[in-house]
Design a binder for this molecule. Structure first.
Ligand SMILES: Cc1cc2nc3c(=O)[nH]c(=O)nc-3n(C[C@H](O)[C@H](O)[C@H](O)COP(=O)(O)OP(=O)(O)OC[C@H]3O[C@@H](n4cnc5c(N)ncnc54)[C@H](O)[C@@H]3O)c2cc1C
Ligand code: SF4
Length: 355
């Protein structure tokens, strides 16, 4: 049986207290939320903080405010079950609720939080093993060793960003609010993840993720498709988030009397069919295949200025296939995972046609 190493446990009640404790603890301090990622890592001696600071009793981190018309703010300690079941998230941001529902199992979703999911450690078959196993291969670059077993000539770690919510947050343009004793900053999800399996976040270790800011839902749609071996429990070994925002006019629709004129602003003509509406902006984000989420700009270019029809979907899927370069460090053969990038992009975009 794997045991946790000894550590001091703190449970502050205010943000000011929490950031003071971690600042005082220095590199030996670490925040914990549900602990579903951190505690297994500690048992495997991948992370061994001396001071573990719970974020679960901080009221600001346990609330949801706003809605789709003004934008939503989600506290980082909301559990994944809360996210799946929250009426406003289900109604206005169904892609967040459905992506959260694909994460691990109901019991882990009761413990695991949205914040912990967005800050998840990167994963690799050579790293997510117990201490003795890792010692048996003389460890690896990511922890205690000096070689990468996936790419032995590489000076970089290729461990994989394996969160289901990260590609969705990047696709929809979410922002994260971070607080430390030095102050507060708000960062784009899109620039937050480094293409480096060891230094995978643009976040200082003393910064507390307080909340996640979702943009208002004016005219955009998003979907998420996840590849894994089992229909529950397993991490994604490929995740595709698709996002489209439509122009406020519909090609041919007004002429054919199918739609009413837009009331203004950015809103789309909701009575038009997806296949008639012209895409003003699009994003395809691939997760689960690299140290950071991958934005496929060529897929976006294939979609923007066009209706979401079969030809555009095929072109975007081809671009995703070309850009996807999974390595041999998770489940499934890497060439097959690459091919699945095409299929899962088609599925994600077809889901948007149906919306
Ligand atoms: C069997 C199993 C299956 C899983 N399957 C999936 C899956 O399919 N998809 C998936 O995405 N994940 C999966 N996970 C990973 C994990 O359960 C979830 O990602 C979960 O949401 C992590 O949240 P947590 O609150 O437990 O994080 P913790 O373990 O508490 O924290 C994770 C990291 O975030 C940091 N942290 C947490 N909160 C804050 C904060 N507010 N500010 C600063 N730092 C913070 C911690 O220091 C730690 O580094 C799985 C885990 C297990 C054990
Ligand atoms: S990618 Fe290489 S360095 Fe990184 S965890 Fe895997 S084996 Fe270790």
């Amino acid at each position: 049986m794997m045991r946790l190493p000894k550590f001091e446990y703190r449970a502050p009640r205010t943000i000011a207290e929490a950031v003071k404790i971690i600042a005082d603890a220095g590199p030996e301090g670490q925040f914990v939320a549900g602990g579903t990622d951190l505690y297994p890592n500690m048992k495997r001696r991948q992370q061994t903080p001396r001071t573990v600071i719970s974020v679960m009793r901080l009221p600001e981190l346990n609330q949801v405010t706003g809605d789709g018309s003004q934008g939503l703010v989600i506290g980082s300690s909301m559990t994944l079950t809360d996210i799946c079941e929250h009426p406003i998230i289900k109604r206005d941001y169904p892609v967040i609720a459905s992506a959260a529902r694909t994460i691990s199992t109901p019991i882990l979703r009761n413990m695991g939080t949205i914040g912990g999911n967005l800050l998840l450690d990167t994963r690799c078959n050579y790293y997510d093993q117990n201490y003795e196993w890792r010692k048996g291969i003389n460890f690896c670059l990511k922890k205690d060793g000096d070689v990468c077993w996936v790419a032995p000539g590489s000076s970089k770690c290729w461990a994989v960003q394996s969160s289901d919510l990260v590609p969705v947050m990047v696709a929809i343009g979410a922002k994260f609010r971070l607080v430390s004793t030095l102050g507060e900053r708000v960062v784009d999800a899109a620039g937050f993840y480094n293409d480096d399996g060891i230094d995978y976040l643009k976040k200082r270790h003393d910064e507390l993720l307080v909340d996640i800011h979702l943009p208002a839902t004016n005219g955009w749609r998003a979907s998420y498709q996840k590849l894994r071996r089992r229909g529950a429990f397993d991490f994604p070994v490929l995740g595709v988030a698709a996002y489209v925002r439509y122009q406020s006019t519909v090609r041919g629709a007004l002429a054919h009397g199918r739609a009413t004129a837009p009331s203004g602003g950015d809103s789309c003509v909701r009575t038009g069919r997806s296949s008639d509406r012209i895409i003003a902006d699009a994003k395809i984000i691939l997760g689960g295949i690299a140290p950071s989420p991958i934005e496929v700009n060529e897929a976006a270019q294939a979609l923007i200025g066009q209706p979401l029809n079969e030809d555009q979907i095929q072109a975007a899927a081809e671009a995703a296939y070309v850009k996807a370069r999974p390595l041999d460090n998770t489940d499934f053969v890497m060439n097959w995972r690459k091919q699945m990038a095409r299929q899962y992009t088609i599925r994600a975009l077809k889901e948007l046609v149906a919306k």
